[in-house]
Design a protein around this ligand. Structure first.
Ligand SMILES: NC(=O)c1ccc[n+]([C@@H]2O[C@H](COP(=O)([O-])OP(=O)(O)OC[C@H]3O[C@@H](n4cnc5c(N)ncnc54)[C@H](OP(=O)(O)O)[C@@H]3O)[C@@H](O)[C@H]2O)c1
Length: 368
């Protein structure tokens, strides 16, 4: 952690949503039975959201317990029993991801924002749908949710505008906020290693799931998954480096004009959550010591998630950190041509895989 990040850990963060900006709106928060997702949901419920969907993989025990925790902690907020809903979403299963999105499409009349917060940081080599599970959950399933949700959010936004009449003034563009991490920026060397597979003409994502070449390595795999998330989203959503725009030969397929959904990604800072509960003891001890020294509460971290939801059009394709839009927080090797070339290649591979799961899905992200 560099000095800048260290200083940021001790900043007080603003609460960027207000009751008037939240009241009556519908939100989905993934991985919201615990940690940052739970605290983000608590804020949304407290601010008067019309519906908060807790998208969790355990709907028998953890999901209902989280709902009761929220209700108990907010005794003055009415109707939380019906406002908060617990829905099943297991991102290690493609069938679960697709049925979750179908349910959202069918059952929710509006979706104002989705916070893609769920992530795994396992210490074991596990596989999901033929991929190493960290790559599958944190990269493939997260980006697939973006791909499947954009047309759904856009359609509901257009319907809201039609209902309102005229030009739909006052209806806000929906948001998708992906919870990423600055930790990924320490894994630049992994790109060198991935270049071997790329230069041999092999599928890089498949190569990352080859246990004989790669390991979990403490938090290395988790960190790499967060790097890949950032590299891919940066390429997909914005054509320019920031803050000083440079021309690119890898144009973004989904700038804001094509999505009508504001998509940004955030770094929540280092927070005392249970994120490493599935990691090795050695990793857990190491990170717990760091957290005891400079870690913040999950509530503090959740303010970054709310900043993502509050972000206006200028945040599309941008990395938000400590409640600020600060492009220089992303290393140039991510946003400049090399990073964009990686984003393009990884997107090509993800797209092929997604098309296998839901034919035609990637063609529906940009409006026709
Ligand atoms: N805490 C930090 O210092 C920190 C720093 C930077 C970034 N982040 C990011 O912040 C986000 C939230 O992390 P957190 O710290 O709040 O950790 P957390 O308390 O462990 O929350 C992670 C959530 O993701 C869920 N999840 C894991 N695998 C899943 C799957 N296959 N399908 C669906 N849900 C799944 C977990 O469900 P279960 O409870 O069932 O396991 C849990 O609800 C993550 O994206 C993380 O990378 C955290």
């Amino acid at each position: 952690m560099d000095l800048d990040a260290l200083k940021n850990q001790f900043r007080s963060l603003p609460l960027l949503l207000t009751p008037s900006s939240v009241q009556g709106k519908t939100y989905i928060v993934t991985g919201s039975n615990i940690g940052l997702g739970l605290e983000c949901s608590r804020h949304l419920a407290c601010l008067g959201a019309g519906k908060v969907v807790l998208a969790v993989r355990d709907t028998k025990a953890k999901g209902p317990a989280a709902k009761q925790d929220l209700i108990k902690s907010l005794p003055s907020i009415p109707n939380l029993e019906s406002v908060i809903e617990v829905w099943h979403l297991d991102m290690s299963s493609n069938a679960s991801v697709t049925s979750f999105v179908s349910r959202a499409e069918q059952e929710l009349s509006r979706i104002d924002a989705v916070v893609l917060n769920a992530a795994t940081a396992t210490g074991d080599w596990e596989e999901a749908e033929g991929m190493e599970s960290t790559v599958h959950v944190n990269v493939f399933a997260t980006i697939m949710l973006v791909v499947l949700l954009v047309p759904v959010l856009r359609e509901k936004y257009e319907a809201q505008k039609r209902k309102k009449g005229m030009k739909g003034e006052g209806v806000e563009m929906p948001r998708i906020t992906v919870v990423s991490s600055s930790l990924g920026f320490v894994r630049r060397d992994d790109l060198e290693k991935m270049a071997v597979a790329r230069d041999d003409g092999r599928n890089v994502l498949r190569d990352l799931s080859d246990k004989t070449k790669w390991g979990i390595g403490g938090t290395n795999r988790y960190a790499l998954s967060k790097l890949l998330e950032t590299v891919i989203l940066n390429y997909l959503l914005t054509n320019t480096t920031f803050p000083s725009p440079q021309p690119t030969s890898h144009p973004a397929p989904f700038p804001l004009g094509t999505t009508s959904v504001i998509i940004n990604y955030i770094n929540p800072g280092l927070c005392k959550t249970g994120l490493l509960r599935y990691s090795s003891i050695a990793t857990w001890i190491q990170v717990t010591i760091l957290r005891l020294l400079v870690g913040q509460t999950a509530e503090w971290g959740s303010r970054n998630l709310l900043h993502g939801i509050a972000g206006d059009e200028s945040t599309h394709g941008r990395y938000l950190s400590y409640c600020r839009l600060k492009g220089e927080d992303v290393p140039e090797w991510v946003t400049a041509e090399d990073g964009r070339a990686w984003g393009e290649l990884l997107w090509k591979e993800l797209r092929e895989e997604m098309e296998r799961v839901v034919p035609g899905c990637t063609g529906r992200v940009a409006k026709g």
